[in-house]
Design a protein around this ligand. Structure first.
Ligand SMILES: [Zn+2]
Ligand SMILES: [Zn+2]
Length: 139
């Protein structure tokens, strides 16, 4: 077991936070520069997300399991902008809940509605992935 990192205590508002063991996620989540923001396009959703590249891709690919289309990641604001005014105004702060992705984490900088929606997609995707991988192992 890796030692628990107590440097995360700043974001301890929601005490359910697991420790992040990915250094790149940590530095992405701790920097408040807007540069670290990527945009996940999934169906009609456009969700600004902060994480490291690896875990961003993991998150996007798991979310992509819940759609017939593909989940697209942009490292810049999409040309059409963000339709939802709540998401457009969302800012990264310590109160935004983190979503654990393997040993890292992502923060969706969206309005509460879309934040819930994308997190649900992610959990649905994880279940799908779980079923897929257990199918493979039972062969
Ligand atoms: Zn990471
Ligand atoms: Zn929204």
């Amino acid at each position: 077991m890796p030692p628990v990192d107590f440097r995360q205590s700043q974001s301890d508002i929601d005490s359910g936070h697991p420790a992040i063991h990915c250094n790149e996620c940590q530095s992405a989540l701790q920097s408040d520069s807007q540069q670290a923001v990527s945009f996940l396009l999934l169906d009609q959703l456009t969700i600004p997300i902060v994480s490291c590249d690896d875990h961003l891709e993991r998150f996007a690919s798991v979310c992509g399991l819940t759609t017939e289309d593909t989940a697209t990641l942009l490292d810049h604001r999409p040309a059409g902008g963000i339709c939802c005014p709540g998401c457009r105004l969302a800012r990264y702060n310590a109160a935004q809940p983190m979503v654990p992705v393997e040993e890292g984490a992502i923060v969706a900088m969206a309005c509460p509605t879309h934040q819930t929606e994308i997190v649900q997609r992610f959990h649905t995707g994880l279940e799908t992935q779980h079923h897929l991988s257990s199918d493979v192992s039972s062969l």
